[in-house]
Design a protein around this ligand. Structure first.
Ligand code: AMP
Ligand code: MG
Length: 484
């Protein structure tokens, strides 16, 4: 353990050498701390209380290597918008795995820390606004109770990065259960060496799915376990209206966490066709398409695992297909339970799906705000006022009220369930963009205020009203960019 209480292990180094490259971050000119996540530092059992900002900046820029760290960049492949490419950490360094007092294992990774053998034509660097964006959205996701990588620090580098214009360079310290992706298995399978794939499977099962019975078909059990977690994650994204934006196979973590926040955003008005990524021309990664794409990605994982599922290829294919196909009905079931909870339907009834679909159809037609509509439903006075404007909605609310409030006791349970399931606050895109603009000018006040509010997304208070307001027409943001 070093003086900051980082307790590093570097278990990834036991894997086959083709899966990573050992190398150190490239030092930067003038590291300066922008933000440090004290809460996360405490959760991880770290101690930076008597450490100067200068020292923190030096450590989380990679200028000084933390004692015990053995940095590496990981190799992986990825289907980018469907097309298979060899990738790898082109601008990231895994410092090592921090083991907490509770024996939890977390990757500590620098992102934007310099070129690597996997950089292709990239500069290995990142800009300030996208790194702060990942910080905000990942921390919001965590407070919403959704599995995600976390953000420990952002530092500026004192160097410019060149995208469409010159931007301030920055490095994010990312904390994740691991960075093993669907694309890591695709890459391992491409090596055509059973040992490489097998050791990666053993490693991943031990790290993320230790309860799998290793006496049975391990690769197949693993596939089903990954499906289960991805289904859960897709349902959670649907619950809060999250759009990832680039669900390439390299951006899907096998831990079941949300990772790689790029052109992502949360829905304001409900529209299942919403895309934010400026390069997603055909809506491949639109809000409503996310479960299908997750299943498509899992089919790529299944292909990578075939040789380990069964030596007889036709048998392996039939077992893998059955697993991949199970995704849809599992998703439907879990999605229905989640939507029931959003509407406070404590006990399931046959017509629930119809009731849910009717509301979503109305929201889609009218462009109702996804977050606020579910909050308004439990406010009788507000509901009465809004529903009067629209006959279809008024009729729906009458049906819904009949369904939920047969007596005061059940009504209270219904409201409690809705409070737990429907956030009051999400990081709305127009607000995030304003905060990032200010931060780029050196004003961090609104960033801290937003982060503070996002810590309690299910609590309704007077102070949060400005964060609840959907964008006015001139504030709407239709696209976020990949130029990160
Ligand atoms: P992403 O869109 O962030 O998931 O990145 C896709 C791939 O491109 C990953 O392999 C990244 O490491 C790599 N990449 C993204 N930006 C850069 C950059 N500026 N320099 C080098 N590699 C990059
Ligand atoms: Mg990525």
């Amino acid at each position: 353990m070093n003086k900051y209480k980082f307790n590093f292990e570097n278990s990834y180094l036991v894997l086959e050498k083709s899966l990573y490259t050992r190398l150190e971050p490239i030092p930067v000119a003038l590291p300066k701390l922008v933000i440090f996540n004290q809460d996360l530092s405490d959760e991880l059992g770290l101690d930076f209380y008597s450490v100067t900002e200068k020292e923190i900046a030096s450590l989380f820029s990679g200028n000084r290597i933390l004692e015990g760290a053995q940095p590496l960049s990981q190799a992986y492949a990825g289907h980018q918008f469907g097309h298979l490419t060899i990738l790898g950490d082109g601008r990231a360094h895994l410092l090592g795995e921090h083991i907490t007092k509770k024996h939890e294992r977390f990757d500590i990774q620098l992102k934007g820390s310099g070129p690597t053998p996997y950089s292709r034509r990239g500069d290995g660097r990142a800009a300030l606004a996208p790194m702060l964006r990942e910080y905000i959205i990942s921390e919001a996701m965590n407070a919403l109770g959704i599995p995600t990588s976390r953000s420990l620090a952002v530092v500026t580098t004192g160097e410019n990065v060149y995208r469409e214009t010159a931007l301030q360079g920055a490095i994010l310290t990312r904390v994740a259960a691991s960075h093993i992706r669907v694309g890591t298995f695709v890459f391992a399978a491409m090596q055509k060496n059973r040992k490489v794939l097998e050791s990666l499977l053993n490693y991943t099962v031990k790290r993320h799915y230790p309860s799998i019975d290793t006496n049975q078909n391990k690769a197949l059990k693993f596939l089903y376990a990954v499906i289960e977690r991805q289904v859960e994650l897709m349902v959670e994204w649907a619950r809060v209206g999250f759009i990832h934006g680039v669900m390439n196979t390299d951006n899907m973590a096998l831990s079941g966490e949300t990772i790689d926040y790029g052109p992502c955003a949360y829905l304001d008005e409900y529209d299942s066709n919403t895309v934010f990524s400026s390069i997603d021309k055909f809506g491949r990664y639109s809000f409503g398409n996310q479960p299908k794409i997750a299943q498509w990605n899992i089919a790529r994982l299944a292909e990578a695992l075939l040789s380990l599922i069964d030596l007889e290829k036709s048998k392996a294919i039939s077992l893998a297909e059955k697993a991949v196909n199970s995704f849809s009905s599992l998703y439907e079931d879990r999605w229905l339970s989640m939507m029931r909870a959003k509407l406070g339907l404590v006990k399931p009834k046959n017509d629930d799906k119809k009731l849910i679909r009717e509301l979503l159809t109305w929201m889609q037609r009218t462009g109702a705000d996804y977050t606020n509509t579910f909050c308004d439903l439990r406010d009788k006075k507000k509901l009465n006022d809004i529903s009067k404007y629209d006959k279809e909605f008024e009729d729906w609310t009458i049906r819904w009220q009949l369904r939920v409030s047969n007596n005061p006791e059940t009504y209270k349970r219904c409201i409690d369930l809705m409070k737990k399931t429907n956030p009051e606050i999400i990081p709305r895109n127009h607000i995030v963009e304003t905060v990032l603009d200010a931060a780029e000018q050196g004003d961090l006040q609104s960033l801290h205020k937003l982060l503070d509010v996002l810590k309690n997304p299910y609590r309704k208070t007077l102070e949060i009203s400005e964060y609840k307001t959907p964008p006015k027409d001139d504030q709407r943001i239709f696209q976020t960019f990949c130029g990160t």
